[in-house]
Write a protein that binds this ligand. Structure first.
Ligand code: NAD
Length: 256
């Protein structure tokens, strides 16, 4: 279905982004990976699926590096047809204790980077009259939790940016939608499990159960593969008129 298309997934050396990149590769797309840490194993996992892959290590908090990443993708594959704005970080603290530098980093990486990548991807998508922009937001783009001010503000911003992007391109073949996961057991959430275990003197498994029971009625983590299947659907012809949605996959979190 995606043969001949190129997908760039930010923050795809790990977790949800890597799961989405692998699913798009299975669909036949060329993949541009981005993110910190080991880039070799993620690239090898894409190659093993028979897809072409490239990597750019741009720091998503820096506009100039995002510009260099988009130029790299265009040099390597012609243009970006599918943009998945996924890179994200978390920090948990009350507002009065929230480190200013963490606030700035979360807004830059979780929100502003999506604006930069989107503005740079749109001209070529508009020219070919086909494009898919998928923003990995969060249930925290729809509802709040205490001690996550920067993350909740950024993710609500991502949902807003998704709607504006969808509207500005509504009469074209370019769609934009958001995915809003509940708990997904990636390194980002494992840190919160570890903090809970340490604070309450619990084992890893007990801390996971406490985390789930606070928010997620299904008592199950959503998996990167499940989220990736939704991203693939957004890229399919059947989704051509799905525009500006914030689709939660959250075990009932926001149904309460
Ligand atoms: P993760 O920590 O496994 O992956 C984050 C990715 O972003 C990594 O590849 C990391 O290298 C990259 N990254 C971090 N800072 C970066 C920067 N400055 N520049 C470039 N890349 C950077 O986390 P994850 O759970 O897979 O999160 C992916 C997205 O999903 C995030 O936007 C997160 O907010 C969102 N999300 C996660 C959950 C969850 O429960 N895990 C729930 C809802 C939404």
């Amino acid at each position: 279905m995606l043969k001949g298309k190129t997908a760039l997934v930010t923050g795809s050396t790990s977790g949800i982004g890597l799961g989405i990149a692998q699913a798009l590769a299975r669909g036949g797309a060329n993949i541009v990976l981005n993110g910190f840490g080991d880039a070799e194993a993620p690239q090898a996992s894409i190659r093993a699926l028979g897809a072409e892959v490239s990597y750019h290590g741009a720091d998503m908090s820096k506009a100039a590096e995002i510009e260099a990443m988009m130029a790299h993708a265009a040099d390597r594959f012609g243009q970006v047809d599918i943009l998945v704005n996924n890179a994200g970080i978390q920090h948990v603290a009350r507002i009065e204790d929230f480190p200013v530098e963490r606030w700035d980093a979360i807004i830059a990486i979780n929100l502003t980077s999506a604006f930069h990548a989107t503005r740079l991807a749109l001209p070529a998508m508009r020219k070919s009259n086909w494009g898919r922009i998928i923003n990995v937001a969060s249930v925290h783009g729809l509802v709040a939790s205490a001690e996550k001010s920067a993350y909740v503000a950024a993710k609500h911003g991502v949902v807003g940016l998704t709607k504006v992007t969808a509207l500005e391109n509504a009469t074209t073949g370019v769609t934009c939608n958001a995915i809003c996961p509940g708990w997904v057991l990636t390194p980002l959430v494992q840190k919160q499990v570890d903090a809970k275990a340490a604070a309450l003197g619990l084992s890893n498994d007990e801390a996971k159960k406490v985390l789930l029971s606070e928010k997620e009625p299904s008592m199950q983590f959503t998996t990167p593969d499940e989220l990736a299947a939704l991203a693939v659907f957004f890229c399919s012809p059947a989704a051509q008129n799905v525009r500006g949605v914030a689709w939660n996959m959250d075990g009932g979190w926001t149904a309460q």
